[in-house]
Design a protein around this ligand. Structure first.
Ligand code: SF4
Length: 278
């Protein structure tokens, strides 16, 4: 079978940084905690568990040593509170997630009477990290249930996106605000890594018979890649090559491979090798 890799795939800037922080602190010999899953990939989580990292849900569970905050973050207030209690907390929150909070604050200051909307998944950690401390300053619009027919569009608004949203979905919602309103300020805060991976996935799906998308099932950016590919070609979302339906996939002659921003290289190489030998 011929295997074509997407032009961009795998670890992004924020994931590399968070894992580097874990590695650096493990090297000091201290007890290391990951506050939340450092990244959404079970292979990586198991590897760090094997190296002694303890995974906890909140900074308050960091009893000794150091706690590293997951790449998709925690509200700044949670981190500050834990530090004030004397805990050593290192913030692994990706800069693109923090940037969203900065824009919201800046826009609320500049346009105090204008509503600010963040389009995304309200329950996603990065949305919580970016908005939890901004009570009342921003409304989160769930793109999965947003219906322009039922929405009371304001004349003036600021709109931002979750960093891992699909570009077209964000653009569609932003356009509906533009159509209905008069002064609409749109910030495309989808992070550059997500944008490049989504565009590369689309390009890849156009040239192959089927696409394998590798990544954690809880990883938002991986699911977005799968959704994009699925529209164009039969697509398979798996965490490892061993989950692929072999008999089904064997019928293709050219298969594309892409991977979410939290999928390690070893998983990608293993899948490529597996497919090439079918
Ligand atoms: S996907 Fe984007 S926002 Fe998320 S960790 Fe990677 S670079 Fe940061």
């Amino acid at each position: 079978m011929k295997v074509v890799l997407a032009k961009e795939y795998g670890f992004c800037f924020g994931v590399r940084r968070a894992l580097k922080l874990l590695d650096e602190h493990l090297a000091t010999g201290k007890k290391v905690y990951s506050i939340g899953e450092i990244i959404h990939n079970p292979v990586v989580i198991e590897r760090y568990k094997g190296r002694g990292v303890e995974f906890v849900e909140s900074p308050q569970e960091v009893k000794e040593g150091v706690g590293i905050v997951r790449a998709h973050g925690l509200p700044q207030s949670c981190i500050d509170e834990a530090r004030a209690e004397g805990r050593e907390i290192v913030d692994g929150t990706c800069a693109f997630v923090r940037h969203i909070s900065k824009i919201i604050l800046q826009e609320r200051k500049r346009l105090p009477d204008v509503s600010v909307y963040l389009v995304g998944e309200p329950e996603h950690p990065e949305v919580i990290a970016a908005t939890a401390d901004l009570n009342g300053l921003v409304k989160v619009l769930d793109y999965r249930t947003f219906n322009p027919e039922d929405f009371d569009f304001p004349q003036k608004a600021v709109i931002l996106s979750q960093t891992t949203l699909e570009e077209e979905k964000f653009a569609r919602i932003a356009c509906s605000f533009i159509k209905e309103g008069q002064e609409i300020f749109v910030y495309n805060t989808i992070c550059p890594s997500t944008r490049r991976r989504q565009r590369a996935a689309k390009e890849l799906a156009a040239q192959v018979e089927a696409v394998v998308v590798l990544g954690g099932k809880k990883s938002s950016n991986t699911r977005r890649l799968y959704e994009i590919c699925q529209v164009l070609k039969p697509s398979y979302l798996v965490e490892r090559a061993s989950e692929l339906p072999v008999e089904e996939i064997k019928k293709y002659r050219v298969v594309g491979v892409t991977a979410g921003a939290s999928t390690p290289d070893e998983v990608i190489q293993e899948a490529v090798h597996f497919l090439e030998n079918l």
